[in-house]
Design a protein around this ligand. Structure first.
Ligand code: OGA
Ligand code: MN
Length: 277
């Protein structure tokens, strides 16, 4: 069994991994299991200045599960997506919403399990990535809240997340957003492992059967408690850093930075296997 030397970053989330280099990333056959186990405990693993090529990262990530195919998006390889605001990147308008707390892929049938992000070009100021545990958020609820929330269901929409960036949408934007999937999820996810987490974030539109404003207020309050003081693991990027996180037990966001200056991140994503229930 492969062991990892880890340094905890906050009380609830994150650990720094210092003893993995690119050679070990590719060659240590026990590393994928050790990483998967550490992710279950820490949620986020930071590999400072790993400086791994996309090829090496993809080879490692394939051992964590099935990688999502981004071949419909430019450029890079099918298993690596470029996150940047470069005008040549046709997805840039959607990445604006990465600055709001979110879980990736809540509008997909099955949300991704693990995200792997590597900094290729860092912004001069800002552009840190923040993480907060939705397992801890559930654990911190009072017993009464746990009971009250047990059967609540939340509708997630593309429009909800886009409205955070585009406050005054054009008819064309509204029309395009309306073509996207709408998903209903329970507020509390009971994972196959037996652990429970909250399902929150920018895609959350309203709570089923609850007055819209009341539901929004509850969702906002839960988000604020999840991401409150002492709960956030903030990573300031150096070029070549790789961060791996458990998308099913965390919310994340990117902090403000100058979108007219380059910031290039490469992401691979391991598909999920478990429906939210
Ligand atoms: C993402 C994301 C944040 C960042 O890739 O899903 O939210 O810091 N990225 O670029
Ligand atoms: Mn994201």
């Amino acid at each position: 069994m492969s062991t990892l030397t880890m340094e905890e970053l906050t009380e609830t989330t994150g650990a720094l991994v210092r003893d993995v280099d690119t050679e070990r990333l590719v060659d240590d056959v026990h590393l994928p299991d050790a990483v998967a186990e550490a992710l279950e405990t820490f949620g986020v693993l930071v590999f400072p200045e790993l400086n791994a090529s996309n090829d090496a990262l993809v080879r490692f990530c394939r051992k964590l599960g099935t990688l999502i195919d981004f071949s419909h998006l430019p450029p890079e390889t099918a298993e690596v997506m470029e996150i940047s605001f470069d005008p040549s990147n046709p997805n840039a308008e959607y990445f604006a919403s990465n600055s709001f707390w979110h879980i990736d892929g809540l509008l997909d049938e099955i949300a991704p399990k693990t995200s792997i992000l590597t900094a290729r070009v860092t912004s001069e100021t800002g552009g840190e990535t923040e993480f907060a545990s939705t397992y801890d958020a559930y654990d911190q609820l009072s017993d009464m809240e746990k009971e009250l929330f047990a059967n609540l269901r939340v509708v997630h929409t593309f429009e909800a997340v886009q409205r955070l960036t585009y406050h005054d949408p054009t008819p064309e934007q509204l029309e395009e957003w309306a073509t996207r999937a709408v998903r209903e999820h329970p507020l509390v996810w009971e994972h196959d492992s037996g652990r429970r987490s909250l399902v929150l974030g920018a895609t959350a539109s309203h709570i089923v059967g609850m007055d819209v404003a009341k539901g929004r207020a509850l969702l906002d309050d839960l988000r604020d408690r999840t991401t409150g003081p002492g709960k956030v693991c903030r990573h300031s990027w150096n070029e070549g850093d790789t961060v791996i996180w458990d998308n099913t037990g965390l919310v994340h966001r990117v902090c403000d930075f100058d979108h007219t200056r380059p910031r290039v991140m490469h992401r691979s994503t391991v598909a999920g296997q478990e429906k939210i229930k």
